[in-house]
Design a binder for this molecule. Structure first.
Ligand code: ATP
Ligand code: MG
Length: 376
């Protein structure tokens, strides 16, 4: 390798390491993680790090979740995703958004191969929605579903007021405490955005959001998007509350667009004025002549007319016609009997924590569900 190039890379890496660690150091509590928390079990394996259940060693002995931040392999620097997650979580304070308690590091030791590690210390939630939906014995009543959706939309309404886009809506990022409070989590790829103003456009990356929950505008290369991208994900999650598998499971972006067209109708300028301006619209072969079949396709599972109507308003192809969180919260779905009802009593029947991680593991390795003792 060219020596001057590798020297320059080393310098860059060192600068980046220093800059990032300075930021984290200035925002971390400065105490050693192991002296403050006792790790109990691994509860999650995300793309960006592992998540552990832990107990505070202090008098309260409360539970917390520790999300380990993997340092960038090449630069050993602090990943930008983790920095964004910290910065954004520090600005958010809402009952339905997971709370970042502190950022805490470990001292270099033999157990971490002499590489200091950094953790987000988060309030602990006993369940994630993916785990609950995958569990054969968990049944959400209509009132329960309304409560889940109400809290999810409350979280979206709040973050949108704070100009934050979550950009990774999916059931495994929706946590629920044993007392039934929903907490939107995983702000790893979230971002601040500029609200639409005359003459100002956002140039955001469109390669975000897990494919199955990704809205059509992102699949068509839109970079000037807004909160409606999260609403699409909320719609997919809403359908999953009745049909406990993801409703559109494409394996490529092209296939995902085809599935969206089959459900929501062909993507045409008639159905979506302005779609022609999207970068990939004319480059991709989009399915033609599909009628919108959403209501017919889901009504076997969703018997409630208000639910069908709200879902129809959320899963709109055209983001400008897609229902926003505030409008959704005012929909009759939430204001007709059965009213949203507390999740605590339903969850009380399930005394163990359920996380998607263990379900995924079950499929691959163990054949029988592993559960983390909830120690209630
Ligand atoms: N505060 C918490 N309390 C309990 N469990 C949590 C908490 N935070 C995360 N988890 C569990 O860990 C999993 C992974 O966490 P998270 O989504 O934040 O990480 P990630 O690396 O960004 O994941 P991915 O890329 O897979 O979405 C979650 O799906 C959830 O099951
Ligand atoms: Mg996640």
């Amino acid at each position: 390798m060219d020596l001057s190039y590798s020297k320059e890379m080393n310098m860059k890496a060192r600068n980046m390491r220093e800059k990032n660690y300075q930021y984290v150091a200035s925002h971390s509590s400065g105490t050693d993680l192991d002296s403050k928390y006792e790790k109990l079990a691994k509860i999650g394996q995300g793309t960006f790090g592992e998540v552990f259940k832990a107990r505070a060693r202090s008098q309260g002995k409360s539970f917390v979740a520790l999300k380990r931040i993997l340092t960038d392999k090449e630069t050993e620097g602090f990943p930008i995703t983790a920095l964004r997650e910290i910065k954004i979580l520090q600005q958010l304070e809402h009952e339905n958004v997971v709370k970042l308690l502190e950022v805490c590091g470990t001292r270099p030791s033999a157990t971490n191969k002499y590489r200091a590690e950094c953790f987000l210390v988060l309030e602990y939630c006993e369940h994630d929605l993916a785990g609950l939906l995958a569990h054969p014995n968990v049944r959400f009543s209509l009132g329960n579903i309304k409560m889940v959706m109400k809290q999810l939309l409350n979280a979206l309404f709040y973050i949108q007021c704070k100009n934050v886009l979550h950009r990774d809506m999916k059931p495994s990022n929706v946590l629920i405490t044993k007392t039934g409070t929903l907490k939107l989590a995983d702000f790893g790829i979230s971002r601040m955005f500029t609200p639409p103003q005359a003459g100002r456009v956002n140039r955001l990356t469109n390669g975000v959001t897990t494919l199955w929950y990704r809205p059509p505008e992102l699949l068509l290369g839109e970079r000037n998007y807004g909160p409606s991208v999260d609403m699409w994900g909320a719609g997919c999650i809403m359908a999953e509350m009745w049909i406990p598998t993801p409703i559109m499971q494409g394996s490529t972006e092209q296939e995902q667009l085809a599935l969206i067209s089959q459900l929501c109708g062909s993507i045409t300028p008639d159905a979506w004025p302005g779609v022609r301006t999207l970068p990939l619209y004319s480059k991709l072969e989009l399915p033609k002549h599909h009628k919108r079949t959403l209501q017919q396709r889901v009504q076997r599972h969703i018997k409630n007319q208000e639910a069908l109507d709200l879902l129809d308003q959320i899963l709109q192809l055209d983001p400008s016609r897609r229902c926003d969180a505030g409008t959704a919260l005012n929909h009759n779905f939430f204001w007709t009997d059965p009213m949203p009802c507390d999740l605590a009593s339903m969850l009380a029947m399930h005394r163990t924590s359920m996380f998607e991680y263990f379900h995924r593991k079950r499929g691959k390795e163990v054949g029988q569900m592993q559960q983390v003792a909830a120690e209630r």
